[in-house]
Design a protein around this ligand. Structure first.
Ligand SMILES: [Fe+2]
Length: 291
């Protein structure tokens, strides 16, 4: 069954969000919506999320799901903003509990933050379904980049989160806490076993070589041409490449605000006595020592 996919690009973070919908029922899911954030001022904004909401309204879509492919480390999620205005359930992979426990420790969060996934409306395991009318949405656990990473398959449209990027972009880093290159290799094998014509929608594109941002490829193209992991790439070669490359990467610009908000399903930390919500910065914990 064909699903309709509308992509939205967030240029400041190179993030692709999507609205996927079923033509017959007009039911829709929003995947990985972005809350704008200015790190200099600490201000959030909703222009990007409002564009998604306008699309839902203009196309007469009923929002059933707001799906995260994982707790992102590079942008804040607009999931609660969208749910408050258009309805739907916020869902993420069940591995979020491990991610929450890890980052509760890293950010020194108190008892108010319980790392059991309760902040989300639904936790999704491998093989569970997130249907839109008669259009079946299948959850595939695809850990490796993070332990909560999942992919969503609606008909022939596959939303892969941060597993693989466009073929000329390769694959996602595996050096965050809970990441594992060998696990990502196995996850990608599951994706590559899907039909060759499956449409693959990526979560990020950083315009390698200066080309315009792209969001869609196919399983066939990934198997043939992904610069990090082709159909016949040995696991050991991929892991060696991934580990070597990750050792050169800087911490993402927005990891500190993003993770603290996204493990709360996109809500800001509780306001303090002065009515203001604050983020924490753990000093000398993340990244490599300065040289
Ligand atoms: Fe990510």
């Amino acid at each position: 069954m064909q699903s309709h996919v509308k992509p939205f690009f967030h240029a400041p973070t190179g993030t692709w969000s999507y609205v996927v919908s079923d033509a017959a029922s007009r039911e829709a899911a929003v995947i990985d919506p972005v809350l704008d954030y200015d790190w200099r001022s600490g201000r959030t904004g909703t222009a990007s999320a409002d564009a998604v909401l306008r699309h839902l309204e203009a196309d007469g879509l009923r929002l059933r799901w707001i799906l995260e492919t994982h707790a992102h480390a590079d942008h804040l999620s607009a999931a609660p903003y969208i749910r408050d205005r258009a309805g739907g359930l916020i869902a993420i992979g069940a591995g979020i509990r491990q991610v929450q426990a890890t980052f509760k420790r890293i950010f020194g969060l108190g008892d108010e933050f319980v790392p059991d996934g309760r902040q989300f409306d639904r936790l999704l395991g491998d093989g569970e379904t997130v249907d839109l009318g008669a259009l079946r949405g299948r959850v595939m656990a695809t850990p490796g980049h993070t332990s909560d990473s999942v992919s969503y398959l609606f008909g022939d449209a596959l939303f892969v989160g941060d597993t693989v990027f466009m073929p000329d972009g390769g694959s996602a880093r595996c050096d965050f806490p809970g990441g594992d290159a060998a696990e990502l290799f196995r996850s990608v094998q599951r994706l590559y076993a899907l039909p060759a014509t499956t449409r693959v929608y990526v979560c990020h594109d950083y315009s390698p070589g200066g080309r315009p941002p792209e969001c869609q490829t196919t399983i066939e193209a990934q198997r043939a041409a992904n610069i990090h992991i082709k159909a016949d790439t040995p696991e050991a070669d991929f892991v060696a490449l991934r580990v070597a490359r990750d050792a050169t990467l800087d911490v993402p610009n927005l990891i500190i605000p993003s993770v603290q908000v996204n493990i709360r399903a996109g809500r800001l930390p509780p306001v303090e006595a002065d009515g203001v919500s604050y983020l924490k910065v753990p000093l000398n914990v993340l990244g490599r020592p300065l040289s």
